[in-house]
Design a protein around this ligand. Structure first.
Ligand code: GLP
Length: 239
C-alpha cells in the first residue's frame, strides 16, 4: 500500500493525475466512483482537466459504489443526483455507460446484475473510495462479511447521524442503502482511498495500522495488491 500524506488540495491534484495517466493509457477504462464530501476536490480537478482538454471520458465506463434505498435519482440527496451535479453533467462520459446502484429496484436480480455488469465491462480499473468515520467503505458497515457482492445494508446510527447534515432532519436520512460489497471493491485492479480531517483519524489508524477485520471494513484493503491512500496530516495523525 502506498500512503501519501499531504494537504487535501494537493491530494486532489495528485489523484487527478492518476486518472489522467489511466485514461491516456487506457481510454476505455472502467472507473469505480464514490460520493461524499471527500472526493469533491478530486472531481473539481477532473472537471478542470476535462475543460483544459487534458482528459477525456468519452470511451470510459463508470460504476458508482452506492445509493440510498428509497431515493429516486431526481432526489437532491440521492447519490445519482450528486454525481450528475458534481461530475457527470460537466464531462463527456456517455450517459449509457454510467451506472449507479438503483435505490428503487433492490431486487436480488438488480443487485446481482450490478456485479455482473461490472464483470461484463471488464472489471473496475480504478476504484475510488472515501472512508466512513467508522471505517466503512461504500456503505459496507462494520461487521459486513468480506464475501458479499452488491447488497442492501441497514445503515448504522452513526452513519445516519454523520450524513444527517445533508438532510433537513435525521428522520429523513434513509435507513438502508444499496452498496457494492467488499468483494466487489476488492476485485478492482487498483484502489484509491482519500481521507481528510480529524474525524477520519481513528478510522485511518484502525484501517491501516490495525488488524484486518470485518469490524473495520477498510482494513481489508491491506490485503489488496494495489492501493494508494491520500490523507491529510489530521487524518494521518494517529498512524
Ligand atoms: C458515505 C458514503 C461513503 C463515504 C462516506 C464518507 O456514507 N457512502 O462512500 O466515503 O460517507 O463521507 P464524507 O466523504 O462526506 O466524509
Amino acid at each position: 500500500m502506498k500512503l501519501i500524506v499531504t494537504d487535501a488540495l494537493s491530494a486532489a491534484a495528485q489523484a487527478a493525475e492518476l486518472y489522467e495517466e489511466l485514461l491516456s493509457r487506457k481510454p476505455n477504462a472502467v472507473l469505480g466512483l464514490a460520493t461524499g464530501s471527500t472526493p469533491l476536490g478530486l472531481y473539481a480537478r477532473l472537471r478542470a482537466l476535462y475543460e483544459a482538454g487534458r482528459i477525456s471520458f468519452r470511451d470510459a465506463t463508470s460504476f458508482n459504489l452506492d445509493e440510498y434505498v428509497g431515493l429516486p435519482p431526481t432526489h437532491d440527496q440521492s447519490y445519482r443526483y450528486f454525481m450528475e451535479h458534481n461530475l457527470f453533467s460537466h464531462i463527456d462520459l456517455p450517459h449509457e455507460r454510467i451506472s449507479v446502484p438503483s435505490g428503487l429496484d433492490t431486487s436480488a436480480d438488480a443487485l446481482a446484475g450490478y456485479d455482473a455488469a461490472i464483470e461484463a465491462a471488464g472489471g473496475i480499473d480504478l476504484q475510488l473510495l472515501g472512508l466512513g468515520g467508522n471505517g466503512h467503505i461504500g456503505f459496507n458497515e462494520p461487521g459486513t462479511p468480506f464475501e458479499l457482492g452488491t447488497h442492501v445494508v441497514e445503515l448504522t446510527e452513526r452513519t445516519r447521524r454523520d450524513n444527517a447534515r445533508f438532510f433537513t432532519s435525521i428522520d429523513e436520512v434513509p435507513t438502508h442503502a444499496a452498496t457494492m460489497g467488499v468483494k466487489t471493491v476488492m476485485h478492482a485492479r487498483a484502489i484509491l482511498l482519500l481521507a481528510f480531517g480529524p474525524a477520519k483519524a481513528e478510522a485511518v489508524r484502525a484501517s491501516f495500522a490495525g488488524p484486518v477485520t470485518p469490524e473495520v471494513p477498510a482494513s481489508v484493503l491491506q490485503l489488496h495488491p494495489n492501493v494508494t491512500v491520500f490523507c491529510d496530516e489530521e487524518a494521518a495523525k494517529l498512524l
